[in-house]
Design a protein around this ligand. Sequence first.
Ligand SMILES: Nc1nc2c(ncn2[C@@H]2O[C@H](COP(=O)(O)OP(=O)(O)OP(=O)(O)O)[C@@H](O)[C@H]2O)c(=O)[nH]1
Ligand SMILES: [Mg+2]
Length: 298
Amino acid sequence: MRSGYVAVIGKANAGKSTLINVMVGEKVSIVSPKPQTTRDRILGVLTREEHQIVFVDTPGLYKARNALTDIMMRTTETSAKAVDFILYVIDGHDGVDGEEYEAVKRYRALGIPMAIALTKIDIMPKENIPLALAAFSDAGLDDIDVFPVSARKGKNVKALEAFLAQALPEGDKVFEEEIVSDRSEKFMISEIMREKILLKYDKEIPHGIAIVINIFRLQENGVWEINLDIVCEKQAHKAILIGKQGRAIKEVSSFARQDMEKFLGAKVFLTTYVKVKEDWRDRPNLLKEYGYEEPSDF
Ligand SMILES: Nc1nc2c(ncn2[C@@H]2O[C@H](COP(=O)(O)OP(=O)(O)OP(=O)(O)O)[C@@H](O)[C@H]2O)c(=O)[nH]1
Ligand SMILES: [Mg+2]
């Protein structure tokens, strides 16, 4: 069989995590309309009889502004260098800017086999697809295969899977076939909480959130007891997170609980607290405490 690691790289909000989830067939990485949703390197494993593709989700390319985003960008850079293949994801629906070509060329220079997924074609005028393909070629990228896909509609993802599979080396499975992610249930629970916050709040608030799980325990009555802290950066953010009479936090916790129940396949008793840790995103000891570190090798 063929097997190996495929790093999924691209600008923040391009649609990387959505594409991985669709290909793996399960939600292994959270998704939101805001850039910088993914903060960690997350593996999503697709196993078939004849191949295993280990997708490496990465934080989207973005200008680093604090110690957290700096770790995120280093995570992406080191992930790209340790894989068998790079899938560079471009959101084509608004046109493709010149900087994007330059980013692709930087990754091509690593000498690792590479392809481009031009995604979100479901919201892209049809006639723009051939134009985008021609533009890649004009930019000197005609040695790289481009796959127009829609993760949302599942369009052309099978062809992309087949292409990636044949590009991987011959070798045994890296993961047992029932494994879809390298992440723990506890990690996914904290990510579900973060996803709901990304969906509900605006501006800097969701980007300044960390989740700390204090209790994660399956009780004898079959109900999960989950207690977590939502850590924010400023007192003013805390007030907004909680909302008038606690309405906002109640609503977001309720959405999170429903998703946690789906994920765990059991009832969840969730309690959430909002805490303030001034500017934690620039404090190395807190970043480490909240699990943000550059990952080690696979
Ligand atoms: N219409 C459409 N929307 C998509 C598609 N794929 C992703 N999206 C949307 O694009 C937004 C960003 O998707 P993500 O998968 O979180 O993007 P990402 O590249 O992982 O983003 P970061 O983790 O922030 O770098 C979300 O609102 C998705 O629902 C697609 O094929 N079609
Ligand atoms: Mg992502």
